[in-house]
Structure formats: C-alpha cells, structure tokens
Design a binder for this molecule. Structure first.
Ligand SMILES: CC(C)(COP(=O)(O)OP(=O)(O)OC[C@H]1O[C@@H](n2cnc3c(N)ncnc32)[C@H](O)[C@@H]1OP(=O)(O)O)[C@@H](O)C(=O)NCCC(=O)NCCS
Length: 168
C-alpha cells in the first residue's frame, strides 16, 4: 500500500446554516456542527484508505465562537496520524457571515476513524508520509493521543468482559 501525505487527502465542505440547524434564538446546535465534523472526517479517512470508514471516537471538541442562522459554515479536515486501521483526522471549523464577509474560527475537533474491509472488520490502511515540520509535530501529538486512547479502550474492553462473566 502506497503511503500518502496529509496534503493529498485534506478536504473541506461548507453549508449555509438554516433555521432547522438552530435553536429559537438562531444559535446553531452543537449537534449540527458535530454532524458536519463527522462528515469531513469521513471524507478525509475514505480518501486516505479508499475504504468504508466509521467513527470510533471524537475525543476533543471545542466550540469557540457562536454560529448563527445565515452563516456559511466551513469544515477543513486533514490527516494527523495513521495507526494500522485507525486514522486521526483534525478538523477546523470556520463561520463566515455572508453579508459582512468576516470569517471567525468557530471550533476544532479530533476524530478517530477506522477503515473496514468488506466483511466489516478493521483493515490496515496506507501509512502517513509526514515530511514537513508541521506534519511531524501534528503526527507526534496525535500518536500520544492514540496511545492514550488504546490504553483506555483496552481497559474498557477488559471491564466489559469481566461484567459479562459476572452476569453469566
Ligand atoms: C471502531 C470499531 C470498528 C473497532 O472495532 P474493534 O473490534 O474494537 O477493533 P480493534 O480492537 O481491532 O481496533 C481497531 C482499531 O480501532 C481503534 N479503536 C477501537 N476502538 C476505538 C475507540 N473507541 N477509539 C479510538 N480508536 C479505537 C484501535 O486502536 C485500532 O487502531 P489501529 O488498528 O490503528 O491500531 C468498532 O468498535 C465499531 O464498529 N464501533 C462502532 C462504529 C460506528 O458505527 N460508528 C458510528 C456511530 S455508532
């Protein structure tokens, strides 16, 4: 499998926020933004792996600036890190007021996607080629998060197994 650079798969999506996306005061729901974050992470992961990808984890999300009806919401996604079958995608969220033209940084998130084979099992994906200093820095930070997540998930699986044994 040929390795890919983050540049090769970085992507963006954008959509104008409409009344069903927001509460009665016109503030866009966090859930609307999360859905788009999930979508862009899926696009980046699928471009990298050319496989069906599912969301395994969203372990970091900050909503920094309020988004309103009428704003153009833009998501930019880039691959931070690739394990074996899992990939961490970094997403940045921007909100543009279309009448005034000002663009604000509205949030960021890190999303772990897992590539699946045709039978729905995790499958290895191409490695990430990191050349620039920025890519290397992001990769190393994401690798630490991957290690922490792996520890947490294996602890969680162990606990689930023990609980299942107890109720048998
Ligand atoms: C994600 C999923 C496929 C992992 O399956 P699994 O049997 O636990 O697979 P494994 O233990 O072999 O782990 C596969 C990879 O996923 C990663 N992973 C598993 N669970 C994870 C979690 N909760 N968070 C982050 N990464 C996770 C592992 O670290 C591993 O990464 P690596 O291959 O790069 O080393 C499975 O938990 C699943 O199907 N979850 C539901 C996904 C989904 O439907 N999401 C949409 C919303 S419900």
């Amino acid at each position: 499998m040929e390795e890919k650079t983050p540049k090769e798969t970085e992507s963006s999506i954008s959509r104008v926020m409409l009344p069903p996306d927001a509460n009665v005061a016109g503030n866009v729901f966090g859930g609307t933004i999360l859905k788009m974050i999930d979508e862009i992470a899926g696009i980046v992961a699928t471009k990298h792996s050319r496989r069906n990808c599912v969301t395994a984890n969203i372990d970091h999300i900050d909503f920094i600036y309020p988004v309103h009806i009428g704003d153009l919401l833009e998501m930019k996604g880039r691959m931070n890190f690739v394990g074996k079958s899992s990939m961490e995608v970094g997403v940045e969220v921007f909100a543009e007021n279309l009448e005034r033209g000002d663009v604000n940084f509205a949030g960021r998130a890190t999303v772990t996607m897992v590539a699946l084979d045709d039978s729905g099992k995790p499958v290895d994906v191409p490695q990430l080629k990191v050349d620039s200093e920025e890519d290397k820095k992001l990769f190393q930070a994401a690798f630490k998060r991957y290690e922490e997540r792996s520890k947490r998930v294996s602890h969680m699986k162990k606990q689930e197994k023990e609980q299942l044994e107890l109720i048998k």
